[in-house]
Design a protein around this ligand. Sequence first.
Ligand code: ATP
Ligand code: MG
Length: 404
Amino acid sequence: MKNLWLIKIGEIALKKGNRGFFERILERNIRKKLSEFSAEEEGGQQKNQLTKRTGRYYLETAIPDEQALKLLSRTPGVVGFARAYRIGKSLDELTKTSVFIARECLGAGIGTSFKIKVRRADKSLALDSQGYAAELGARVLSALPELSVDVHNPDFIIEVELREWAYVYQERMPGIGGLPVGSAGRGVLLLSGGIDSPVAGYLMAKRGMRLSAVHFHTPPFTSEEAHDKAVRLAGLIAPWCEGISLYSVPFTDCQVAINKGVDKSVTTLHSRAAMMQIAQRIFITSGKMSALITGESLGQVASQTLECLTYTNQSVSTPVFRPLISMDKEEIIALARKIGVYETAIEPFDDCCTLFSPEHPLTRPNPATELHNYGKIEGLTQLIEAAVEGAETISFDSWGRRCA
Ligand code: ATP
Ligand code: MG
C-alpha cells in the first residue's frame, strides 16, 4: 500500500530565477534517500513517486510511516510535512475523509475542538474557501457531536486543499528547513569525539553544504573506542548530511613532533593548525572542497580565544566556518540532543586534544611568533604528508548505514 505525504518547502520557494536549481537538488536528495532505503527491497524504486506543485511536493511511497517520518524530518530544505489523503472533490468524499481524520485525532487524545482550513486553488468550484470550511465543519460536527468548532485556538486543524484533486491532512510536522545539501558547495568537517563538532556539521549541512569529515586519532595515546566513537558520530550525522565519508587520519607522529618542538603552552594551538592543514591537503588541494568547518565557539576553551582562532586561520588558505562561534554550551547541547548525537558524544573516551592539553595554555598568542615557531617543528612537513597518505575512508549512506 502507498501512503501520501505532503512536503512543504520554505526558503527555496522564495528563490527567484534559480529556484529550479534548488528544487532539482532537493528532489535528488529525497529520491536518493528513498532509493537507499528500498535498495534491498524488491521493486522498491517503482513504488515511490515525487510530484512537484507550487511551493510543495507530494510524495507517494510504500515505505513505512516511521521511516518516511525520519526521511522528511532529516532532509534540509523541507520546512514541514504531513501525512495526506488524495481524494475526489465532492463534498461527500471530503466529509468522509475529514470525519476519518477527526475520529483519529479524537482517538489519539489530541483534543475535541477543531477547525477546518480550506485553500481553493480550483476556482471553478461552486463554493469559496469559507463556504467549504463552513459546510465541512457542520458535517463533521453532525457525525461526531462530541467535537466543537474553535476557529481561534483549536486542538487540531483539518486542512483541505482543492486543486486538481482534493488533498486533506491534519498534523503538519516540522522539517528542519534550510537548503538542500549540495546547493551550497562542499566543506570538510573536523570531527572530534565531542559534542560540538557534530552539531557544527549538522548546521552547515542544513545550509546546503555537502560535507566530508576528518577525524584525527593518536594511537596508542587514544583508544580504539575513542576512534570508534568518532566513526559512530559520523554515522549519526549522515542522515542530515545526505550521507558522509569520514577520513580517519593517523596523527600520532605529528602530535609527538609538535609536543617536542614547541613550548607546552602552545601544543593544542599547533596541533589544531596541523589538523587544519592536513584537512586542507586531503580535500581542498584535490579541488573537491572549498571550506573547513570546526566546532569552535568563542572563548569556550583556551584554544578558542580570538587570538588563537586568528592564528589557526592564518595556517590555512581556505575559509574556516565555525557555525557555533556565538553559541553557549547549553544551546549546543540542546541541538546535539535534537539531532540525536548527545548520548554518544558524552561517552567518556579521551581525545588527543584533552590528553595533550597543557595545564597553562597560552590564550593570547602572537600569530607571527607562533607561525615562526610552527615552521621550526622538526620534520612536520613530511609527517603531515605521511598523515595524508595514511588516511582511511569510511562511508555512510543517507540513512547513516555504513557502505563500501
Ligand atoms: P568538540 O566538542 O567538537 O570536541 P571541543 O570543544 O572539545 O570540541 P577542541 O577540543 O578545542 O574543542 O576542538 C575544537 C575543534 O577542533 C573541534 O570542534 C573539532 O572541529 C576540531 N578537532 C579537535 N580535535 C579533533 C580531532 N581529534 N579530530 C578532528 N577534529 C578535531
Ligand atoms: Mg569537546
